[in-house]
Design a protein around this ligand. Structure first.
Ligand code: FEO
Length: 392
């Protein structure tokens, strides 16, 4: 499909993939977008595809009549975009990989691409294709340190690779349903971009003065209304949190479940939005989305072999890795005869810049005074949200 004159989509849609990094659920599949630009003098391929889809890319290049390829621009060394580079280099022996020095070294390490196949470019450097000009803009930490974008000056297309992307297989080149695209892009942001809010904010400032017509990502449908996704990123990566509490819990014999139900109702009665997740059956993408905006995170766990339930530990480790902008965190749960569950879980949240609230931990089934303690915790959270200016 043609984005603009002589600018083509050449990548692959992966309708059936359901897991990325053996971790991230892909309920809507994904795509590995690559782009071919035919300049009057030079032809360039922007990124390749996941190695499982090399044949699709090669077929597309043949159908686009690419007899000679001058450059492969590599925005990001991760294999879902770089994995076909070795095959494309074999197919086009004169082609050079254009990338930054950091990405070059990673491509040598990850794919064993020969050093003499590279041309390295500096931040802001331009490359002429004849009637079209590429400008390379370093956009690091979205989500690896070497990532960059390409600005196609004449056509006002910004190619951003993972940045602004979404795991969403679609037969449409452009976003047609912004509600669906918003959810998919937020999921993607939450799963891999969220730890890098500061560099993302810097990158947003770096592209702010470009008069962009199209943002062409390397995952998901692309944007012909760039402000839609740029504004969403400003919101997600900004410092503002919402009057929301994420409650992620696991229960074995109902004590923790009873506590969670009472606590969630208490929060709701105080007009706090709650997102409740039962961890053994959780879609971690949905949990990650909820963590983007929440002011407070509460983990609920029983005590297993003197420590946290492994499902609760998994949620704590995941939350710690994703580094959401939450301001407050708490632990609730239960035990039979002892243990260090709360300390263990809070120890797993060390990356978060949160104020830890006093845990509510009960022996056996919760009693009247335990339910009151949970209501006190809900009051405390409301007070904290008010003091932080999150709610009036
Ligand atoms: Fe889509 Fe970080 O690769």
């Amino acid at each position: 499909m043609e984005l603009k004159k002589n600018v083509y989509s050449a990548g692959a849609i992966d309708w059936d993939r359901r897991l990325f990094d053996e971790l991230i659920p892909l309920p809507d599949g994904t795509s590995y977008n690559a782009y071919l630009i035919k300049g009057s003098e030079k032809t360039v391929l922007l990124d390749t595809v996941d190695p499982t889809k090399t044949e699709v890319l090669v077929d597309h290049l043949a159908r686009l009549g690419v007899d000679k390829l001058d450059y492969i621009v590599s925005h990001h060394a991760e294999q879902d975009h770089s994995g076909s580079i070795p095959d494309v280099l074999l197919l086009y022996p004169d082609a050079k990989v254009v990338t930054n020095p950091k990405c070059k070294n990673m491509l040598i390490d990850l794919l064993q691409v020969d050093e003499d196949r590279f041309i390295t470019v500096a931040d802001g450097e331009r490359l002429s294709l004849g009637d079209k000009t590429l400008q390379f803009i370093y956009t690091p930490w979205v989500h690896w340190p070497e990532t960059m974008s390409t600005w196609l000056l004449e056509d006002k297309i910004l190619f951003t690779c993972d940045f602004f992307g979404s795991h969403l297989a679609s037969s449409s080149l452009f976003v047609t349903d912004e509600g669906q695209a918003y959810e998919a892009a937020k999921r993607y942001y939450a799963e891999i971009m969220m730890p890098f809010r500061k560099p993302i904010t810097n990158n947003l400032a770096k592209i702010a003065d470009l008069a962009i017509d199209i943002i062409a990502t390397s995952h998901g449908p692309i944007y012909d209304r760039p402000e839609f996704i740029i504004d969403a990123y400003k919101d997600w990566a900004g410092d503002e949190v919402k009057n929301e509490v994420v409650v992620a819990y696991v229960s074995m014999h109902d004590s923790t479940r009873r506590m969670v139900e009472h606590f969630v109702e208490a929060l709701s009665e105080r007009n706090i939005v709650v997102r409740q997740f039962n961890l053994p059956n959780v879609d971690i993408g949905k949990l990650a989305i909820a963590l983007v905006d929440a002011a407070t995170v509460v983990i609920g766990s029983p005590t297993v072999l003197v420590g946290a339930h492994p499902a609760a530990a998994y949620a704590a480790i995941l939350t710690n890795a994703l580094r959401p902008k939450a301001r407050f965190a708490g632990i609730i749960g239960s035990y039979g005869w002892g243990g260090k569950m709360p300390d263990q879980l809070t120890g797993m949240l060390s990356n978060l810049k949160v104020e830890l609230l006093d845990p509510v931990v009960v022996k056996g089934l919760p009693k009247d005074e335990d339910y009151i303690a949970l209501e006190d915790l809900a009051d405390k959270i409301l007070t904290k949200h008010k003091e932080a200016g999150i709610v009036d």
